[in-house]
Design a protein around this ligand. Structure first.
Ligand code: AMP
Length: 403
């Protein structure tokens, strides 16, 4: 049996350059290099798509869009060992998730940083609301204070203070209303909390060993290993244990996990959910606009180019993008750029690489043969349903649901 390499990209928004470089490119490179040696599962995790709110009327388009992106990125649909499928078309994903849920601790799930990050941003939103409400009184209070002159009377003072108190009491009531509803305070869904278990099912159903994901998914990969090991210990060898993250990184020929950074705040990852369009390059961006975004990317004031994620994350991010898009080893890129002082020159080289990449990618995207894609999809779903059912049955038998 061939080793299975598996990856999926949520269909909930337009994909970014970070998604492409971290989630898609590694698998395409492996397919190119070792064709026939591995089974490749590249799926659309559509059940993951609404762990955070989405426009549901666009989901169907997003799913097809993701499949077209895989194809335009170079996934070879003629390869018999490659499978593309939609998660929700294979019911075993949901069924295995429930079984695994019952062998997963709330404590270990609560440590998932991605969940914590996503619920925190909501908390901050509420905090800002509260501050805004209080601030909205500022001008009125200032005007009231200014209405008191030197010849104030106690009666006048009392009236002003009463009005100020009333203003705050009114806001206080609004704030209490806001905080009372805990779903306002933290509207992260149970689905978002639980999604690493669904991800574990996605991996374990197909006995996948290799999961080339970006650094943001490492914790979820580790929890998959923990869940599978625990299950196997209790019931015998039901699941194939995916490789450790350190081995995954070596497998795709990288020295560490990849985290492409935001162009406006290079301490954070480039994320499709960031509302600021300048922070990210979308695969659908106009190449000229993308060029401008790179030229205006946030760097630093050190004045010399170094490869240093700690102190110069903006510059280091740009060198990383250049290396991946121009198919150069990072050492080669470092040799060319480290020590130079002209940030603008580096930006121009990166901006050109990004614009050229987008032009080529978009041409390929528009040329995707939809009929061929649909045929491959249906054929893959049939084949994968069979494998997924077999694994599910082993798990069902283990827990006593089937004879
Ligand atoms: P998601 O957008 O969460 O569905 O992620 C899909 C894939 O893209 C996963 O393999 C992620 O690790 C990868 N990914 C997302 N954002 C980045 C990023 N900024 N840098 C590198 N990989 C990323």
């Amino acid at each position: 049996m061939k080793d299975v390499i598996l990856t999926g990209l949520r269909a909930n928004d337009e994909l970014t350059l970070g998604n492409y470089l971290g989630g898609i490119l590694p698998i395409i490179e492996i397919q190119r290099k070792y064709s026939q040696q591995y089974q490749i599962n590249m799926f659309v995790p559509d059940l993951h798509s609404f762990t955070t709110p989405i426009d549901h009327s666009k989901l169907q388009d997003s799913i097809i869009n993701n499949l077209k992106v895989y194809t335009a990125a170079g996934l070879n649909l003629d390869d018999d060992n490659t499978f593309i499928y939609r998660q929700s078309y294979i019911p075993a994903h949901s069924e295995l998730t429930w079984i695994l849920d019952c062998f997963t601790g709330v404590g270990e799930m609560s440590r998932m940083t991605q969940f914590k990050d996503k619920s925190k941003s909501n908390f901050e939103k509420i905090q800002n609301e509260v501050i805004k409400k209080i601030d909205s009184n500022k001008t009125k209070v200032r005007n009231l204070n200014e209405s008191i002159d030197e010849n104030y009377s106690i009666k006048q003072l009392k009236k002003v203070f009463n009005t100020i108190s009333e203003l705050y009491i009114e806001k206080y009531d609004e704030i209490i209303e806001l905080l009372k509803d805990r779903s306002n305070f933290n509207n992260a869904s149970v689905g978002l909390f639980n999604y690493p278990v669904l991800m574990a099912a996605d991996i374990l159903l197909y006995n996948a060993k290799w999961i080339p994901v970006g650094e943001d998914q490492f914790q979820h990969l580790e929890i998959t290993r923990d869940i599978a090991e625990r299950f196997n210990k209790k019931f015998g060898p039901i699941f194939t244990i995916p490789k450790k993250t350190s081995e995954q990184v070596k497998f795709i020929n990288r020295d560490k996990g990849l985290r492409i950074r935001s162009l406006t705040n290079p301490d954070k990852k480039m994320s499709k959910s960031n509302q600021n369009p300048k922070s990210k390059i979308l695969l659908t961006d106009d190449p000229k606009q993308a060029y401008k975004k790179i030229m205006s990317a946030t760097t630093d004031s050190i004045g010399q180019i170094n490869y240093d994620w700690q102190n110069q994350p903006g510059i280091t991010n740009l060198m990383t993008i250049l290396s991946l898009l121009s198919n150069q080893d990072i050492e080669q890129v470092k040799q060319t750029w480290v020590g130079q002082t002209q940030y603008g020159e580096l930006k121009k080289a990166v901006a050109k690489a990004v614009a050229d990449f987008l032009t080529d990618f978009q041409t390929k995207y528009n040329a995707v043969d939809k009929a061929k894609l649909q045929a491959k999809l249906e054929q893959s779903e049939q084949a994968m349903n069979k494998i997924a059912k077999e694994t599910l049955l082993r798990a069902q038998q283990a827990v006593g649901l089937r004879p």
